[in-house]
Write a protein that binds this ligand. Structure first.
Ligand code: FE2
Length: 407
């Protein structure tokens, strides 16, 4: 059910319910974006919530957060069967093998929505959504894969649209290809650009490859050119910053922006040339937390600093082992001079607290993803000051668990 509501007043809460066939739904709450001067906004970001890997204590936490909105950064569902996960991490069973048809995708979305905490988080806040690969299939690229793939993608997108609080971006019909990239403003304080890094991308590692697609890239550049004097946040499903596995080594994954080097350089060069300041990129996919300062050329540590990327822990999806993290955290730190922080042993979400002077990221973690009521704590906090690119960890939490932090 999609009801495109209009005529609401800015900057206030609304409550809503649905009535059909003699039954009335629970009451949900949403919030409209304010206009004009805004002195504070808080929002949360979640990503990667493999159902079989655990309970959504993180969403229970998000439902209880005093935030204006939630951003989901992708991997809302996983398309694979249970065999696709790591068996020892399975906490909840789900039936069925890898999903392929519209009926399959609908059933998988319904399974995920069966989780009470996820429903609570939706009922408590408005959401902005992007997606990553697992909403369709692992590591897919755009339209590459021929007719059977395109039928599968259309089925996946349709089921996604049916189950998500999403309005088509440019006023047209959402299906068969929902346009999910968009820009939204929260008064004069924050401009949020939601990116779609799956639908229009080419194959990886091509000299003229694209992760945005030509149209979305032109749109993003225009958005940068027209940007107001405010914080600029990009909802970015998959890591933007360069990530080498070890000094002198290769990139960890070229499914992320590291597989699209020329385009990354072009986009970040455009950000710098346009004079855009106060850019914060929020990212999912990695199932671990990173903080990276963004340079126009990551191989030149003295190239201009244009922003900061916060990559959030996953809600439940399995990360690398503590042993891997302990061994590789310091190597990644050494190999990537822009990398400030890495923590991969925990699960949770991020909360961002934004004022005209400061952008603060609270890295929230749950105690145990096997416990649906696991309590939420703040592992550490980082901040960026307005007009000064670069991130800083709060002194009070520098002693917290991490497998790498730059001193
Ligand atoms: Fe994921």
């Amino acid at each position: 059910m999609h009801v495109p509501v209009s005529g609401l007043a800015p900057g206030r809460h609304y409550w809503y319910a649905f009535t059909a066939l003699g039954r009335t739904s629970r009451v949900g709450r949403t919030r409209t974006a304010p206009r004009g001067r805004v002195s504070r906004v808080t929002f949360a970001a979640a990503n990667c919530q493999a159902f079989h890997d655990g309970y959504y204590a993180a969403h229970r936490g998000i439902a209880r957060e005093n935030v204006d909105f939630v951003v989901h950064l992708g991997d809302y569902i996983y398309e694979h069967g249970q065999v696709g996960g790591v068996p020892e991490t399975h906490v909840r069973d789900h039936d069925g093998p890898e999903i392929l048809t519209l009926a399959d995708y609908r059933k998988r979305h319904a399974l995920y929505k069966g989780d009470k905490s996820l429903r609570e988080a939706h009922a408590a806040h408005p959401w902005f959504l992007t997606w990553d690969d697992h909403e369709v299939v692992n590591d897919y690229s755009g339209t590459g894969g021929g007719a059977p793939f395109m039928r599968r993608r259309a089925a996946a997108y349709q089921a996604w649209f049916e189950h998500m609080p999403h309005r088509d971006s440019f006023g047209g019909m959402a299906l068969p290809d929902p346009e999910i990239h968009r820009v939204r403003r929260w008064g004069d304080l924050l401009e949020l650009s939601v990116l779609d890094l799956r639908s229009y991308r080419s194959a990886q590692n091509l000299p003229d490859g694209t992760i945005l697609g030509a149209e979305q890239k032109a749109w993003l550049k225009r958005t940068v050119d027209r940007a107001p004097d405010s914080w600029h946040v990009w909802a970015n499903s998959i890591m933007l910053s360069q990530l080498r596995g070890r000094p002198g080594g290769s990139y960890m994954f070229t499914d992320q922006w590291d597989g699209f080097l020329a385009e990354r350089k072009e986009v970040l060069g455009h950000v710098h040339k346009s004079g855009l300041e106060d850019l914060v990129v929020i990212t999912g996919d990695w199932h671990s937390a990173f903080v990276d300062d963004i340079r126009t050329d990551f191989d030149q540590p003295d190239s201009p600093l244009v922003g900061t990327e916060f990559t959030a822990h996953s809600v439940t999806s399995g990360a690398y082992s503590p042993e891997w993290n302990t061994a590789n955290g310091p190597l990644m730190g050494k190999a990537n001079p822009h990398l400030k922080y890495f923590e991969g042993n925990r699960y949770g979400y991020d909360v961002y607290e934004v004022t005209p002077e400061r952008f603060t990221t609270h890295i929230r973690v749950i105690g145990d993803r096997r416990d649906p009521n696991s309590p939420v704590t703040t592992l550490t906090k980082f901040h960026v000051d307005r007009g000064k690119a670069g991130s800083y960890e709060d002194e009070g939490t520098k002693g917290s668990l991490a497998q790498y932090r730059r001193d």
